[in-house]
Every structure is written in C-alpha cells, then in structure tokens.
Design a protein around this ligand. Sequence first.
Ligand code: ACO
Length: 311
Amino acid sequence: TTAELEAGFLHTVESDQRIEPRDWMPEGYRRSLIRQIAQHAHSEIIGMQPEGNWLTRAPSLRRKAILMAKVQDEAGHGLYLYSAAETLGADRADLTDALIAGQQKYSSIFNYPALTFADVGVIGWLVDGAAICNQVPLCRSSFGPYGRAMIRVCKEESFHQRQGYELLLTMMKGTEEQRAMVQESVNRWWWPALMMFGPPDDRSPNSAQSMKWKIKRHSNDELRQRFVDMSVPQAQVLGVTFPDPDLAWNAERGSYDFGEPDWQEFTEVVTGRGATSIERIANRRAAHENGGWVREAAIAFAARSDEGAHH
Ligand code: ACO
C-alpha cells in the first residue's frame, strides 16, 4: 500500500541511506528535487556568462587559460545536474525550454554584471565560496544522483575559489589602483553573495519540508552565517573590508553579527528585474537557437546509425 511505501521511504531517509531513481518516492519529493536540481543546473549554465565576458580580455595567457578552464567546468556542472534531473523523469529539453521562456529560476547572483577583471577574482572567492558553503552539505543529500554529482562539483568549485583568491592576492600586491579595483569589486559583490543562500528562514517556504526529507541539511540562515564567519578572516588576510557597518565579532555567540541584506532587491532580481536578467536569458536563448543545427545533425546521424545496425 502507499502507506507502507511511504513508511519505507521515510525509514531510508531517516537512517541516512540514499533514495535511488528506481525507488518509490512521494510525488512532492520528486517535484521538489526536480525544482531544486533544475534551478541549480540553470545557474551553472547561466553562470558561464558573467566571466565568459572576460575571456577575450584576460590580462595574460595564464589568466586566460585558468578562466577558460573554469568556465568550461561550469558547463560540465550544468550537464551533471541536468542528468541527475533526468533520473527523476524530467526531460532536459523541457527544462531548457522552461528556462529560456523565463518560467524557471536560476541563482540571483548571475543577474549582476562583471564590470572589471577584479570581478573575476571576487566571483571566484565570494560567489564560488558561497556556492561551496551551500553545496558541501548537499553531497549528503538524500537523493543519490544529486549527492554524487555534488562531490565532483565541490572539488572543482574549490579550485575555482582558490584561483579567485590567488588572483586577488596578486592584485593586492600590485598598484594602489589595483587595490582600489579589488575593494570596489568586493563592495559590489558582498551583499549579492549573501543573498545566494536564499531568503531568511522564516520566509523560506521550501526549507522545512526539504530538511525533513534531507534534500537540504542546513537552513538558509545557518549557511549564510557559516559563510560570513569563514569570509571575514580571509578578507583580513587579503586587506579588504566588507561594506557592512554592523559586521562585528560576537564573543557570546562565537560568530560574527552582520546586517540585513536588501530583500527587496533580492525579490526584484529573482523575479527577472536584475541588472542583467534580460541579457542573460537572451544570450542563452540565442545560444540554444544557434545550436539547433547540431542537435538536428546528431538526431539524423543517430537515426542513420540505427538503420545501419539493422542491415
Ligand atoms: N536565487 C534565485 N532564487 C532563489 C534563491 C537565489 N539565491 N534563493 C532562493 N530562491 C528561490 C527558491 O528557488 C524558491 O523558489 P521556488 O519555490 O519558486 O522554487 C524561493 O526562492 C524560496 O526559497 P526557499 O524556500 O528558501 O528555497 P529552497 O529551499 O530551494 O532554498 C537554495 C534555496 C538554498 C538556493 C536551494 O535551492 C539550494 O541549495 N540549491 C542548490 C544550490 C544552487 O542552486 N546553487 C546555484 C548557485 S551556485 C553556482 O552555481 C556557482
């Protein structure tokens, strides 16, 4: 009966074992995972754009090679994640259609422009740093294919984080102008990076159920706090400050207190009114349409190879 199946499912989740694609699962679990994994995949693919913008203007061959490898890694992450969504019965083509029709979300962070080369460093340090903080616990997500995809994603993200930090350390050892460029970039990215963790817990409609199902292991606010605590000492080593007058060590809590992100801005950005929202989707749509002939050729080739196999 459904009740027995449900009990079996909950037992698997509660004993920290994995749910695999062929196992029975409640429809809500399947839907929520497709939602989260699709948004995550879209974020990786859309996330290629802000930095991709700097590939032709990297200041040296070394920086260009590193950046190219990084942007290609993001494409790979998108592909593992679309594959994980397909194990739940979703179709990658439908997910892409929903993205370019503006019907599915992707991370708020990719609606901000990368204006200077320092942004490449700050995106690596803070944006990929926030991504790691959020995704390391997802390696233990209850759904097997999602958790396993996260292991490789996190290893590659930590390379991205370090390349960003190393780039910034180099700039901070440079001229006064370069140091100012880093600080200006940090000022623009700090608050958007904090928003990546999602709305505050009391305004996060999916959190309670996702934590019960162990899709998520920590709440949005817990991870945001962890990220602040880990970033402050890194900023001190680098020699930059964060644009938050309320940021202060709280000895009682053993954590940093910090100010409230602008949740109005977050809502605007998530509902498609960010500085670059229209451009990001237009670029994705153009890339998809321009790739149409490749998909047609692949389908025609597969059909012909199938015929060949029958003769
Ligand atoms: N950007 C865009 N949308 C967001 C963001 C964000 N930073 N944070 C939350 N939202 C959306 C949620 O998707 C949800 O929308 P929906 O119900 O229409 O799907 C809504 O805001 C309410 O948020 P929550 O109830 O808190 O949603 P959820 O429990 O899914 O938590 C979170 C959001 C933390 C982003 C979670 O989905 C998650 O951990 N996802 C995997 C990580 C990820 O997607 N990272 C992508 C960026 S990192 C990178 O690619 C470099």
